[in-house]
Design a protein around this ligand. Structure first.
Ligand code: PHB
Length: 367
């Protein structure tokens, strides 16, 4: 018998089942990066997920890299998110917010006063982002100075505090997909000579400082972290020893007793076997010191893979991304092995209710 549909305790969060909604960028925030009523409807429709991980949300104006993504640093944004969390909680769901800083994956037109993006490095990514003028190459970044790091960590802390004020059940730090924390972790994008570059211990320093700040602010039992050891997303190069780096990362994290770790296996939104990597070794290393730590897996899972992963004990929770876009009642459909609706690729980023809140549940289709 599968346990995929059974409740699970994720730190302080009592989840009704082991299916999470993965964070999904939809670019529908209003002016000043404020969440809207439409976003509240969208998340409420998906509240039967055991845990919703709300979309990547910038911790500061400097952390933004795409048009119309939401923020979590101003009172106006907190008030907007409160409508989202109230809606999800009224429907019996749980929701955490993903805390995001894009680092070098940004464009001057998206940043305050036309400033340059900031990163571990001054080397530019061969990547594009979406601005009010459409797709453009990302702007050359400026390497953060050592004396700016405390301010950066304080921005994460402030955002975590704002998220709890907005009624979230917790936060997920975004350490994946070639964004700022990943830019510091990997030796392909970290060419620093200060205490935040060079050795593995130095490259992991920013991550650990952020995790310590966030957990001391909101509690480790309300804090998760997302990692993607081998993704090439956002033109991030491979670390010269990805297995060694991430083995070290999880060993360092285990004593913090986080609510969960969330692993993107393979290439984000692409091949799961993109490069060889032993995720099971990582999981076992982590559980050795933190057996209660929930292990969430993600990337291209279908129903049978999710059932098998949880049954074999290789995952505690499975996060689904794209299937949740077109199937608000995904948990019901997976539980009863019912057909899934296809997704419209043209309405993913930006726009209105079309392709966002107008995907019906099966009950609505039947009605
Ligand atoms: C995106 O906006 O395309 C995006 C954001 C966060 C991710 C991945 C993709 O982790």
């Amino acid at each position: 018998m599968t346990r995929l549909f059974d409740p699970i305790q994720i730190g302080a969060i009592a989840a009704a089942n082991r299916i999470a909604m993965a964070p999904l960028t939809r670019n529908r925030a209003a002016a000043h990066q404020v969440p809207t009523e439409l976003m509240a409807t969208y998340y409420q429709q998906r509240a039967s997920a055991g845990l919703i991980i709300a979309e990547a949300t910038q911790i500061s104006p400097e952390g933004q890299g795409y048009l119309d993504t939401p923020g979590i640093y101003s009172p106006e944004q907190v008030a907007g998110w409160k409508k989202v969390t109230d809606g999800v909680h009224a429907a019996g769901g749980k929701i955490v917010l993903q805390l995001w800083h894009v680092g070098r994956i940004s464009h001057v037109s998206l940043l305050p006063g036309g400033m340059s993006p900031v990163s571990s490095t001054a080397r530019v990514a061969k990547a594009q982002t979406f601005t009010k003028d459409g797709f453009v190459d990302v702007s050359p970044p400026r390497a953060l100075r050592t004396d700016e790091m405390p301010r950066l960590v304080a921005d994460y802390r402030h955002a975590a505090k704002c998220a709890i004020q907005a009624g979230f059940d917790g936060v997920e730090v975004h350490g994946a997909n070639g964004y700022l924390i990943d830019q510091f972790l990997r030796d392909s994008t970290n060419d620093r000579t200060d205490a935040y570059g060079g050795s593995v211990a130095n490259r992991v320093r920013l991550l650990m400082e952020v995790m310590q700040a966030v957990t001391s602010e909101v509690g480790a039992d309300r804090t998760g972290l997302r990692l993607s050891p081998v993704t090439p997303f956002s033109d991030i190069g491979q670390d010269s020893d990805a297995q060694g780096l991430f083995n070290h990362v999880v060993a360092q994290l285990a004593p913090l007793k986080l609510a969960y770790l969330h692993l993107i296996e393979g290439n984000t939104g692409g091949a799961r076997d993109y490069l060889p990597f032993d995720y099971e070794a990582l999981r076992q290393r982590y559980k050795q010191d933190h057996p209660q730590g929930v292990w969430i897996v993600n990337n291209g899972y279908d129903r049978q893979m999710a059932i098998d992963g949880v049954t074999k004990g290789q995952a505690d929770v499975v996060a689904f991304g794209r299937p949740f876009i077109s199937n608000p009642d995904l948990v019901h459909r997976l539980r009863d092995n019912l057909p899934l609706a296809a997704l419209d690729p043209n309405t993913l980023y930006g726009g209105d209710a079309k392709g966002y809140t107008d995907y019906p549940s099966l009950a609505e289709t039947a009605g």
